[in-house]
Ligand binder design. Sequence first.
Ligand code: S6P
Ligand code: ZN
Length: 195
Amino acid sequence: MKDGPFSFNLGEGGFIPDEYDNHIQRRLSNMKGQYLDQEAYQVKLAQEDILLYEVYEIKRPEIEGEILHGISIVHPGKVGEEYFMTKGHFHTVLETAEIYYTLKGRGYMVMETPEGEWAVEELAAGRVLYVPPRWAHRSINLQEDEDLVMFFAYPGNAGHDYGTIETQGFRKLVLDKGNGPEIVDNPRWLPSEGG
Ligand code: S6P
Ligand code: ZN
């Protein structure tokens, strides 16, 4: 971890992997049960456990007052009709927000609250997306052959609740049935107990 103030590059020349402390890679095998077309998932996985997305983190203490930040890269591709996407999560401390700044590419951020509201916002290079407290978030790359690259920042004490999304899914999915991205109800969405 760096001592005192520091800076790093995001502009001309893009981000520099060496400037980050952690590199997380998520592959197809890490997304079991998340894609709608489970047969397409199994077939693809049998071919290759491909890299779906990566996160480069600057290490900071995970405490209130700190800001955790880094770069997320969602690679292009599809599982069946569904675009490559992140797992998605609520923050463990629900009342914590997050900011995303898209550096490169085009995508969607799919979001929902425990109360049942949902939203899908466009991610486009040069635009900032604010994810308010309480909103689960998942990023999706809508492009054929380019990475979706974003800078993110969120409170140090937020934590990640992946379990809720793993068991109940998101209420909305983004599919391409041949005419580009379509937001559809998730037929496998399963409300959690008391939800
Ligand atoms: C963390 C923030 C991002 C995600 C990244 C990968 O709060 O939202 O850094 O971690 O986009 O997504 P996920 O759902 O696998 O953590
Ligand atoms: Zn988050």
